[in-house]
Design a protein around this ligand. Structure first.
Ligand SMILES: NC(=O)c1ccc[n+]([C@@H]2O[C@H](COP(=O)([O-])OP(=O)(O)OC[C@H]3O[C@@H](n4cnc5c(N)ncnc54)[C@H](O)[C@@H]3O)[C@@H](O)[C@H]2O)c1
Length: 256
């Protein structure tokens, strides 16, 4: 449902999982709109996309702001052509015991993780509907399917992403649009995971290797490329009969 040699816009692709998704989609033949708050990271991703022989455009944006999202989509479409694939990957992690969650922490989690998905979907969908084709992949988390301690805001935002995904998927399925979500587990080699590890260490909790050994049937942490491969599948013709799904990428850590 996306078109060959199309434009893919990946939010939060200046680092981590988003960068891996951008590079994988570039290898699949997409030109890439690199959207991030981190301008230097976004430029580095764009350079790597160009080294793969595809075009790239950097748009610095705060996904939590509607005006910023609209401007980024317009900038990418102007530079590369209409957006056929949107990957809503940008996200933040903030953890705290529930009674210590501040309004500011709660609002920032909802702003980036949930409002960001809402704003970018609303910004790209008119163009996709006009073309009668488009694919959206939203970044949730296994903690959006099972709330975990000290992650109330994060888990709630990621659960809401799944509900939003299903709602929009059902609404637009008859108009050439597919919308799916992915739910990664423990993914290392990202700044977010480094932050989580530092927090665990401060609280005397087991590190990632110990937790992987105890909880992940495939016995290893995930890598950004593990997520990127599933995203590439979801936007491909091989997934033409899939919409409204929330696929776990957890090494078996979560199976529902
Ligand atoms: N790493 C994991 O274990 C894990 C597990 C499950 C889900 N996820 C999800 O995967 C996504 C990517 O995570 P990651 O581990 O690569 O994190 P990361 O921190 O390495 O990268 C996140 C990117 O998003 C950008 N970003 C943050 N706030 C933004 C904003 N307001 N506007 C625009 N860009 C913004 C950052 O600058 C950064 O480039 C997130 O949605 C995260 O919740 C990660």
């Amino acid at each position: 449902m996306s078109l060959p040699n199309d434009t893919a816009l990946v939010t939060g692709s200046g680092n981590g999982i988003g960068r891996a998704i951008a590079l994988r989609l570039a290898r699949e033949g997409y030109d890439i709109g690199v959207v991030d708050l981190d301008a230097a990271g976004a430029e580095a991703t764009a350079e790597q996309v160009r080294a793969l022989g595809r075009r790239a455009c950097v748009a610095r944006a705060d996904v939590g702001r509607r005006d910023s999202a609209r401007a980024a989509v317009a900038q990418v479409a102007e530079a590369l052509g209409p957006v056929g694939v949107l990957v809503n990957n940008a996200g933040i992690l903030r953890t705290a015991p529930f009674l210590e969650v501040s309004d500011e922490q709660w609002r920032s989690l909802m702003s980036v993780n949930l409002d960001g998905v809402f704003h970018f979907c609303q910004a790209v969908l008119p163009g996709m509907l006009a073309r009668g084709a488009g694919c959206i992949v939203n970044m949730s988390s296994w903690t959006g399917k099972k709330g975990v301690p000290n992650h109330a805001g994060y888990s709630a935002s990621k659960a809401a992403v799944i509900a939003l995904t299903q709602s929009v998927a059902g609404e637009l399925a008859g108009r050439g649009i597919r919308v799916n979500a992915v739910c990664p587990g423990i993914i290392v080699d990202t700044a977010m995971r480094d932050e989580a590890e530092a927090l665990n260490a401060r609280q005397g909790l087991p590190g990632v290797q110990a937790r992987v050994g105890n909880t992940v049937p495939l016995r290893r942490a995930g890598l950004p490329d593990d997520v990127a491969g599933v995203v590439a599948f979801l936007v491909s013709a091989d997934a033409a009969y899939m919409t409204g799904q929330a696929l776990n990428i957890t090494g078996g850590l979560w199976m529902n």
